[in-house]
Design a protein around this ligand. Structure first.
Ligand code: HEC
Length: 184
């Protein structure tokens, strides 16, 4: 007598429990897959910029990355008055000319600079302003022509030349709008 009653009870309850279990399972699966998809999106976001910046080794990209470091140095130097040839060199040119990056003639490497210095200041300035092979125009810097000249004189003089540095006043009038009004 008891058996049919209890089995009837069981069959009454089972479909309801099954529903609850199924609903619970569906919710859990939804949450887990949302988390997994979220993780994939985050990881993909992290991976994409890293791989693209590693892949980009063009001169421009290298120069752009170097420039950020130089720009900070220049910002400090600019705040404390006109920049010396050495400051200008360190702010930009040193990126290549300190270590000889991309075949750049190194600072103080007299053997490398000798034949170049022999071509004269005007020719070197022209190359520095307009660029030459892997050397970008103006060294890729946001310098006035006179500032490039001052950086060049620092570089060349440290490497065996005895060029006369272009005047600071000229550098100022070339960069500062206020000074321009006093120009003839
Ligand atoms: C991105 C790297 C890079 C930067 C930055 C750079 N140079 Fe150069 N520079 C070179 C390379 C490479 C050469 C060799 C070019 C050649 O002769 O093929 C060179 C050559 C030169 C020369 C010799 C040109 C000649 O006619 O022989 C001068 C002068 C010079 N650089 C000045 C500068 C000055 C000044 C700056 C900063 C304002 C500067 N460079 C910044 C890469 C650079």
């Amino acid at each position: 007598m008891n058996l049919p009653a209890s089995s009837a009870k069981a069959t009454d309850n089972d479909p309801g429990d099954m529903f609850k279990v199924a609903a619970n399972l569906a919710i859990k699966v939804a949450i887990v897959s949302a988390v997994v998809i979220g993780l994939i999106v985050v990881l993909a976001g992290m991976a994409v910029p890293a791989s693209s910046s590693h892949g980009d080794v063009s001169d421009k990209a290298v120069a752009a990355r170097i420039q950020k470091v130089g720009a900070l140095v220049l910002g400090d130097a600019a705040g404390s008055g006109p920049r010396s040839g050495e400051d200008l060199f360190k702010g930009r040119c040193a990126a290549c000319h300190a270590a000889g990056l991309m075949g750049a003639p190194k600072l103080a490497d007299k053997a490398a600079w000798g034949p170049r210095i022999a071509t004269g200041y005007a020719a070197l300035l022209n190359a520095a302003l307009k660029g030459k092979n892997a050397m970008p125009a103006q060294g890729g810097a946001d310098y006035s022509d006179v500032e490039v000249g001052r950086a060049l004189v620092y570089l060349a003089n440290a490497s065996g030349a005895s060029f006369v540095e272009p005047k600071l006043d000229a550098a100022r009038s070339a960069t500062a709008p206020v000074a321009k009004t006093s120009k003839p």
